[in-house]
Design a binder for this molecule. Structure first.
Ligand SMILES: [Zn+2]
Ligand SMILES: [Zn+2]
Length: 356
């Protein structure tokens, strides 16, 4: 077979693509491309006789075409980057994973239509999500994309606020420290000490929720949570006493507006619109406050409950509804649900757990 030769069109220098001057004409109107596909040469992989399979970083054995290894028959790398700035023959980009000095083979305007087409219409995307529902959240944690986590957590929480942002920060920190992920099977547990906005950030990022028994609630009234594995070893992240003051200091305009709209009940539409805008800025701005100014971290060992038990259900003799047997009162052979039996039971409200 014939040998194919390539001519480098430029070189990678840090986060810049430096284009050889003879190819400058190829940059015409490149500013219209928001993202670029960059094709480059793995110049540091010098030994050109590679085994066709090997052990990947995750320990699995894979053929070269089933991996992204830089050791390949043709030493070609591909990466998608965001175009930030054009300076003469240099393109400043973000997201470049090519090593410094890599020869550039080609640059293409990235076809973002696949991404832009909302993910729920892209069959590949859908199929990936169905096999790993938390893959997007997992990747955001890995890449420390807390803004994206906060944006998505808003779908659960309903609004954006510093409490939610702090939950995102605390949970993303603990998840990456512990290299944890959850498949919702109770192997990872989050113990929250509050049921305010913070707890929704924790649930969204950790994947530990009330519904999958991964979330434990301790009614302690602290903006804190512990992430722990089944061995009881975990990390507790607790908001610092100064954190509220740090937030106030960081967003003085919001505080002033809050005084007018909430404290003085001035509901002038322009003022309310400003209040909402500042509130949004404050929620996302919270993410930019250094972690250590908001939180303390401890490594802790916690007693954790056993896996949730599967309980038999019975039918209440009065209301005829199905009810877990350990939530009934038994008289003779008849079972009654707590409501029909008039028994007190605990409920969780904004005020915490109480017995009704
Ligand atoms: Zn909130
Ligand atoms: Zn009943």
């Amino acid at each position: 077979m014939n040998t194919i030769q390539f001519q480098p069109v430029g070189m990678v220098a840090g986060n810049r693509l430096v284009i050889n001057t003879e190819y400058l004409g190829g940059l015409l109107n490149i500013g219209e491309c928001e993202y670029l596909d960059v094709v480059y040469y793995f110049h540091e992989s010098e030994n050109k006789t590679f085994p066709l399979s090997g052990i990947t970083r995750s320990g699995a054995e894979r053929g070269v075409f089933a991996s992204r290894s830089p050791n390949r028959p043709n030493l070609i790398g591909i990466t998608t980057v965001k175009l930030l700035e054009i300076k003469a023959n240099e393109l400043v980009v973000e997201g470049l994973d090519a090593k410094n000095g890599s020869p550039l083979l080609d640059i293409k305007c990235c076809d973002t239509s696949l991404f832009a087409q909302s993910a729920d219409k892209n069959p590949v995307h859908q199929s990936i999500i169905r096999s790993e529902p938390r893959i997007e959240i997992k990747n955001h944690i890995l890449r420390k994309e807390t803004e994206l986590l906060l944006t998505k957590a808003g779908q659960l929480h309903g609004h954006y606020c510093p409490g939610l942002a702090m939950g995102i920060m605390a949970a993303a920190f603990a998840m990456s420290e512990m290299r944890a992920d959850s498949d919702g099977m109770e192997d990872l547990l989050a113990i929250t000490e509050t049921n305010n906005c913070f707890a929704d950030g924790v649930q969204f990022v950790t994947g530990c929720s009330f519904g999958n028994n991964g979330l434990i609630y301790k009614d302690l009234g602290k903006t804190a949570f512990t992430l722990t594995k089944r061995d009881g070893k975990g990390i507790r992240v607790c908001s610092r006493p100064e954190s509220q003051e740090v937030l106030h200091r960081s967003f003085p305009a919001f505080r002033e507006c809050y005084g007018k709209v909430v404290t003085q009940q001035n509901h002038d539409p322009e003022l309310v619109a400003e209040f909402k805008k500042l509130g949004l800025e404050r929620a996302f701005g919270t993410l930019t406050i250094p972690f250590g100014e908001l939180f303390d971290v401890q490594h802790v060992t916690t007693d954790i409950p056993s896996y949730a038990s599967i309980r038999e259900s019975v039918v209440c003799a009065t209301c005829k509804e199905s009810v877990m047997i350990n939530r009934t009162v038994t008289e003779g052979t008849a079972h009654y649900c707590y409501r029909c039996a008039g028994t007190t039971y605990p409920i969780l409200t904004g005020d915490g757990i109480s017995v009704q």
